[in-house]
Design a protein around this ligand. Sequence first.
Ligand SMILES: Nc1ncnc2c1ncn2[C@@H]1O[C@H](COP(=O)(O)OP(=O)(O)O)[C@@H](O)[C@H]1O
Ligand SMILES: [Mg+2]
Length: 255
Amino acid sequence: MSKEVLVRVENVSKKFCRDLKTSLWYGVKDLTGELLGGRQGQSELRPKEFWAVKDVSFELRRGECLGLIGRNGAGKSTLLKMLNGLIKPDTGKITMDGRVGALIELGSGFNPILTGRENIYNNGSVLGISKKEIDKVIDEIIAFSEIEKFIDSPVAYYSSGMKVRLGFSVAVHMKPDVLILDEVLAVGDSGFKIKSFNKINEMMKNAAVIFVSHSMPNVAIISNKILLMEYGQMEFHGGKCFHRIDKVLRIIVGG
Ligand SMILES: Nc1ncnc2c1ncn2[C@@H]1O[C@H](COP(=O)(O)OP(=O)(O)O)[C@@H](O)[C@H]1O
Ligand SMILES: [Mg+2]
């Protein structure tokens, strides 16, 4: 019997503007339009705009891992930011069930002037987790991240590898139903990577995972579904289909 759907993405699109000044001008226009009650045509592009994500739909169930792949600029991070509620789609609908743990941009979830330990509590409270609950897992979070010695130093002093260790450890120990990982493991050393993959594997029993990586071997090992994006659109979506792998590689390598 298949498990319940935790992530449902229906015809989601997001447009951006290539030019900052025009983008600010559109922002002001959209806001006044909204205030006056008029609805702008959200599904149309204005000059200098482009679709960063266009008409993407998929479902993900508990126990599944989606490998999200595609060249730089394909729209992967934009899609993940919409899933995590950081930005709103222009069209379409996203339904997420349960708690979402996400590691999208390196260190973006951290306040640099706070210590690692303070940031753990901070991240937890953003997810609605009480101090008491975090008290129970904080030793585990710190031990998994292997940065015990620096946990009371400001995160501003951390290397990118240390931020990944802490961010990953926090995300997985908050028991998310949906875990979103955007290229983050590329930064860690191989020891930490192996440990992290084992952890993801263990979590997949009870969670849905979305995993972005440029490492095809890593994607092949961990994911049981693949979504290939190209210029914001879904180029391929399905179970691991190795007869399509030449197409996947051609798009990734750019041949
Ligand atoms: N805030 C933004 N404003 C304008 N353009 C953006 C913004 N964020 C991302 N983009 C553009 O959207 C496209 C998709 O970016 P992104 O989702 O980061 O791709 P990926 O993660 O696949 O490398 C790129 O062309 C990028 O330059
Ligand atoms: Mg990205």
